[in-house]
Design a protein around this ligand. Structure first.
Ligand SMILES: C[S@@+](CC[C@H](N)C(=O)[O-])C[C@H]1O[C@@H](n2cnc3c(N)ncnc32)[C@H](O)[C@@H]1O
Length: 192
């Protein structure tokens, strides 16, 4: 299993390893891909993506967090092919992304507009707040970007009195799609 070392911390991160595993499966990155990330923060996703995609452009609006991305990339020998931009998306978004990940939700509607206009093949957004998840699902749907909505929660075991108990992370809503995305509908009319 590939590991990511994150010696440098930032307030809003990192995206947990189990969530990254699902995210990477959905993004399905290949060496021919240009991957664009909005909100790189600790760089946990940036590092993983740089091991799979040929090109990575990572945007982060907060300069101190972008510095953390840079330091954690260096700690993983992962800076090759990665361009870091201090920008508040949609500012700074390239026009040739194959896969786009919204790790931060600020201006997400304008970011989704840009994705739809430039024909991004795979778009994934992680949301933790319920109201934002609902509104963002609608925003994906309105732009014909929605294929799948996945909600999951990870619990991590710890030792308690010689046995194992669990601490639960917040639930994650993962919106998955892309241009020409079609929502999956089961034969009985329910969503799959
Ligand atoms: C939840 S954190 C992302 C965590 C990151 N995936 C990691 O593993 O560390 C969200 C980040 O997105 C950034 N952000 C939010 N909206 C943004 C935007 N429109 N453009 C650039 N950065 C943004 C925030 O500053 C924050 O650092």
């Amino acid at each position: 299993m590939s590991r990511v070392s994150l010696p440098h911390d930032a307030k809003a991160g990192p995206t947990k390893p189990e969530v990254r595993a699902v995210l990477l499966a959905k993004l399905d990155l290949a060496p021919s891909d240009h991957f664009v990330e909005v909100g790189s923060c600790t760089g946990a996703v940036t590092v993983e993506a740089s091991r799979r995609a040929g090109r990575v452009t990572a945007l982060e609006r907060k300069p101190e967090r972008l510095a953390t991305t840079r330091k954690n990339l260096a700690a993983n020998d992962a800076g090759d092919g990665v361009e870091l931009r201090e920008a508040d998306a949609p500012e700074g978004l390239p026009d040739d992304a194959d896969a786009l990940f919204l790790g931060g939700s600020r201006n997400y509607e304008a970011v989704l507009d840009h994705a739809a206009e430039t024909g991004v093949d795979r778009v994934v957004m992680n949301v933790s707040r319920l109201e934002v998840a609902g509104a963002a699902t609608e925003a994906f749907r309105e732009r014909n970007l929605l294929e799948d909505v996945v909600q999951f929660q990870v619990s991590r075991g710890y030792e308690l009195a010689g046995a194992t108990s669990f601490d639960s992370d917040n639930p994650v809503y993962m919106l998955v799609g892309g241009v020409d995305g079609e929502e999956e509908v089961a034969a009985d009319g329910g969503r799959r």
